[in-house]
Design a protein around this ligand. Structure first.
Ligand code: GLU
Length: 418
């Protein structure tokens, strides 16, 4: 989940870049540009807490590479945030916008904090404090943040308000994932999950797997996991048999009613005690004989320890970096179709891009228009990666790196950087 001596997500990200650069035969300068962030901001955020004390939080914003357009990517509030995690996530955003063919670069922000133990007022002051530290280094032509783990449309609205107050003019496109009515886009809420379901649908077709009546297990019940639970059923006719959050894992072989589980979580704060399912462990959830497994929590969830127990035919990585490289090799050897994170979860940033476009025009699309445009982007993204995997006889993950990195390398070359 976080950076440890044994697991450093940025080292993992760099190793994949090294391999792709070698396959593509890229020169040393291009390779060095691709394996390092172009800019980083490290800052402190003093926040007045409800008890009258002042707590000083550590924040980061990494602008990884803007050769294809403004940096783009979310802000995470997490107690185990580290700069190397933010670097890795900013790097993956660069490949994500490239693979989805968006005219954007990659960025990510983070704050070391425990949002679950903070009041609404404390969170608002933290969000505004974050924005005060980065306001002069971001903007719709430069770097556009968005929600990520434990940040919400409400937090985006506070940040936009702080930015506009500092600048003295309206610029809703400074941030995406805003509430609808504050410049947010219809269809942004479920976009990550929806995009992942479209990619899974097309992958299932390509590999001859029938999703009608197929079983799905979802690890993580945040934004992506909750919407995936409803959309898999709605768009593919498959059935959700298992879900989990940090407190409990639930299993019902006859199928779970996703809306009912969601309502329970909202009312009770967690899945613990949900009556219409059997409680199992997270390890048991990973090992279920299901057709589709959806890691939708944090990085480093599928490791060398549990990869061998996985029996799914398809893994749809809605989380960023859920699978370690060692686990990836095991899954590959087992013949499991792994839909790599920066392809599978690129629906979120795709609709964020549509949100920026709507902000620029100050004209808003219908939900149907957004969903249709998202589907087109996802169909094309999967096709480009699948075709590359056939051409190079490699995994979809390797193919996704090749597609994404080639486009960023070309953009840097045309700019005359390398
Ligand atoms: N945080 C999301 C991601 O990792 C969305 C980023 C965005 O919308 O800019 O893809």
């Amino acid at each position: 989940m976080c950076t440890t001596d044994a697991y450093n997500p940025f080292k993992v990200a760099q190793a994949a870049i090294d391999e792709a650069c070698q396959t593509l035969g890229l020169d040393e300068a291009t390779h060095q540009m691709l394996r390092n962030p172009m800019k980083e901001f490290h800052f402190t955020i003093p926040v007045k807490m409800d008890d009258g004390s002042v707590k000083v939080f550590q924040g980061f914003r990494v602008q990884y590479n803007n050769s294809r357009g403004p940096n783009k990517g979310g802000i995470r509030f997490h107690p185990e945030e580290t700069i190397d995690t933010v670097r890795a996530l900013a790097c993956w955003m660069t490949w994500k916008t490239s693979v989805a063919d968006l005219p954007l670069g990659g960025g990510k922000g983070g704050v070391i904090c425990d949002p679950k133990s903070m009041s609404e007022g404390e969170l608002e002051r933290l969000a505004r404090g974050f924005m005060r530290q980065v306001a002069h280094y971001i903007g719709h032509k430069n770097d556009v943040p968005a929600p990520d783990v434990y940040t919400t449309p409400q937090i985006m609205a506070w940040m936009m308000d702080e930015y506009e107050t500092i600048k003295g003019y309206s610029e809703p496109g400074v941030i995406t994932g805003k509430p609808v009515g504050n410049g947010g886009s219809l269809g942004r809420g479920d976009a990550t999950a929806r995009g992942g379901v479209y990619i899974t649908r097309d992958a299932a077709k390509a590999y001859g797997i029938d999703l009608k009546g197929a079983t799905v297990a979802i690890q993580g019940f945040g934004n992506a996991g909750q919407f995936a639970a409803t959309l898999f059923e709605e768009l593919t006719g498959s059935k959700i048999v298992a879900v989990c959050d940090t407190k409990a894992a639930l299993y019902n072989p006859d199928g779970l009613d996703a809306k009912d589980v969601q309502a329970y979580k909202l009312a009770n704060g967690s899945l613990k005690g949900y009556p219409k399912a059997k409680e199992i462990s997270q390890a048991e959830l990973f090992a279920l004989k299901v057709d589709v497994l959806v890691p939708a929590a944090l990085e480093n969830s599928i490791t060398a320890e549990n990869a061998d127990s996985i029996q799914a035919k398809i893994i749809c990585e809605l989380a960023n970096g859920p699978t370690t490289p060692e686990a990836d090799k095991i899954l590959d050897a087992k013949g499991i179709v792994v839909l790599p994170d920066f392809l599978a979860n690129s629906g979120g940033v795709t609709v964020s891009y549509f949100e920026s476009v709507q902000n620029e025009y100050n004209y808003y699309w219908t939900a149907e228009e957004v969903d249709k445009a998202l589907e087109n982007k996802m169909v094309n993204a999967f096709k480009s990666v699948y075709d590359m995997s056939v051409d190079k006889k490699c995994s979809l993950r390797k193919a996704a790196y090749l597609v994404a990195i080639k486009k960023v390398a070309d953009a840097m070359k045309f700019r005359g950087w390398v």
